[in-house]
Ligand binder design. Structure first.
Ligand code: DAK
Length: 257
């Protein structure tokens, strides 16, 4: 791995992926994206991992796709490069992924954060879809996920002007989960990850799937989907353990079975 650092057991059940191309503000070149894809695939299959944190470190999350690498591409080059395998892998990762964003999350960087399940931000975080300023437009979900997260008015403004918003504005718009001081970003993200990692991994997986399904279905379809996943949790030992622990007034010990 040249452009990311991966620690599958940063803490018990919590994996950390760190983008590591600091001089280029973690610009997402093709190799970096493939490295994320491969790391996520492995972590999703690793039974010891329950939650994945994706961060760019304290200075910058990612300033977008690598403009220098894309500048001379033709439409057919863009079509032929299998760019979506990474984005598809993020989307189909069944374990929760938390983005920890400090500094710029722009273009593909903002899209990367939005493809994760939750976003923790430091007070220096800046979000934007500035592709319009370089003669193009978002291509990895920016017009779709941003609009669903913040609504049409703000999404339209960000996509059509390329302006950035602060962490405070992103919080008010519902794009992120919370804002923490820069030096506490990883600690606070770990606290959230621990809260999730101690739950039943089976229930977490099924619940994540059901929430995501809300974006792709009518209310009635979504409710049916939710109900089936709810029933399925009752096939797990974890559900028996969780409810027995409640009755016995003790903490549950979930095994993911
Ligand atoms: N690509 C390549 N290099 C970048 C870069 C980028 N996106 N962003 C920054 N860098 C490089 C700079 O060129 C500079 O390199 P040197 O000149 O030192 O060699 C170094 O990082 C430091 O940047 P600056 O000197 O510019 O630093 P500043 O603090 O002055 O400015 C900035 C920071 C973030 C405001 C500025 O660097 C900037 O505006 N960067 C570009 C932001 C941007 O336009 N991002 C959107 C790119 S387009 C798709 C998937 C994804 C995408 C599309 C399709 N498919 C799957 C189909 C995504 C597209 C995009 O993200």
């Amino acid at each position: 791995m040249d452009f990311i650092k991966v620690n599958p057991q940063y803490e018990k059940h919590i994996a950390l992926i760190e983008l590591n191309r600091p001089k280029e503000l973690n610009a997402l070149n093709r190799q970096l994206m493939l490295e994320i894809r491969d790391a996520l695939r492995e972590l999703d299959e690793d039974d010891n991992v329950r939650v994945i944190i994706l961060t760019g470190g304290q200075k910058v999350f990612a300033a977008g796709a690598d403009i220098k690498q894309m500048a001379d591409a033709t439409a057919i080059d863009m079509l032929n490069i299998d760019q979506f395998s990474t984005w598809d892998q993020i989307k189909k990762t069944r374990k929760p992924i938390i983005a920890a964003v400090s500094g710029f999350a722009l273009g593909g960087g903002c899209e990367l954060a939005m493809t994760c399940d939750m976003i923790m931000a430091s007070e220096t975080a800046r979000f934007g879809q500035p592709e319009i300023k370089i003669g193009t437009m978002p291509g990895a979900g920016g017009t779709q996920r941003l609009t669903r997260a913040v609504g049409k008015a703000m999404a339209m403004e960000l996509v059509l002007t390329g302006k950035f918003i602060s962490a405070q504005e992103a919080l008010a718009a519902g794009l992120i989960n919370r804002i923490v001081p820069v030096e506490l970003l990883l600690d606070e993200t770990l606290k959230l990850a621990r809260e999730i990692a101690k739950q039943s991994p089976i229930a977490i997986k099924l619940a994540k799937e059901a929430v995501n399904n809300a974006f792709n279905s009518t209310l009635d379809e979504g409710l049916v989907f939710e109900r089936k996943n709810f029933y399925l949790t009752f096939a797990s030992q974890d559900q028996k353990e969780g409810m027995a622990a409640f009755v016995e007034k003790r903490n549950p010990d979930f095994k993911g079975k």
